[in-house]
Design a protein around this ligand. Structure first.
Ligand SMILES: *Cc1c(COP(=O)(O)O)cnc(C)c1O
Length: 217
């Protein structure tokens, strides 16, 4: 990670590692924390709840999987940040539940940078209108963008999608929308985190690269 940051003239401290722990049991998550991991990404509310109850809140827990609106109330109790907000309905529900809980939830807007029908995320042209609307909600705080590009064997092929996210970020910054801080670009996984860092990632989400292959299906 540090090498990729330096290659692109960035400060290594500007990029943080998230350990992605779907299917990884509490004991191994504990080992990762003992080794220095301080940010965990989970994909499913129930699975995260079990681990958070066992491990506690001494580290940051982020929701990176698709979040159904009816699970927002649990997400607000469990997570420090939600990376996967892609609709105004979900933003509103997180806002309402955060208000009930007396907190402000940091969120990232998930962008479907490859325009894939099977992937969640707002399409790039809908991101700005979504942010303008969500920025009016007082109990969520927009902190950046997240994407998961199409899968390629060659990580270089993912580069244009990461660049698209960075350019979109710069465009939104230029709009100077009140209460919107575009400080995070959550992009890059085990196979392509180096390229993502070269293109501006501030959080890379690494699962298999830390814990090995997941059991299939
Ligand atoms: C599983 C997952 C990751 C991590 O993928 P690896 O290939 O295991 O590094 C990152 N982001 C999201 C949204 C995921 O679901």
């Amino acid at each position: 990670m540090a090498e990729a940051a330096l290659r692109s003239g960035r400060d290594a401290s500007a990029v943080r590692l998230m350990a992605v722990t779907k299917t990884v049991d509490e004991r191994r998550v504990g080992e990762a924390i003992a080794a220095g991991v301080d940010m965990i990404g989970e994909n499913y509310v129930q699975e995260a709840q079990r681990k958070i109850e066992a491990i506690g809140e001494r580290i940051a827990w982020h929701m990176i999987g698709h979040l159904q609106t009816n699970k927002a109330k649990y997400a607000v109790k469990l997570f420090d940040m939600v990376h996967s907000v892609d609709s105004i309905a979900l933003a509103r529900e997180l806002d309402r539940r955060s208000r009930d809980a007396g907190r402000i939830m940091g969120i990232l807007i998930e962008v479907n940078s490859g325009g894939e029908a099977t992937k969640s995320g707002a399409s790039p042209e809908k991101v700005l209108p979504l942010i303008r609307e969500a920025a009016l909600l007082k109990n969520i705080a927009i902190r950046g963008l997240m994407t998961m590009p199409p899968w390629f064997d060659d990580p270089e092929k993912a580069r244009p999608y990461f660049a698209t996210l960075r350019e979109l970020r710069d465009r939104i910054v230029g709009e100077r929308i009140e209460d919107v801080r575009m400080e995070e670009l959550s992009m890059g996984m085990s196979s392509d985190y180096r390229v993502a860092i070269e293109e501006g990632a501030t959080i890379v989400r690494v699962g298999r690269g830390i814990f090995g292959e997941r059991p299939c299906c």
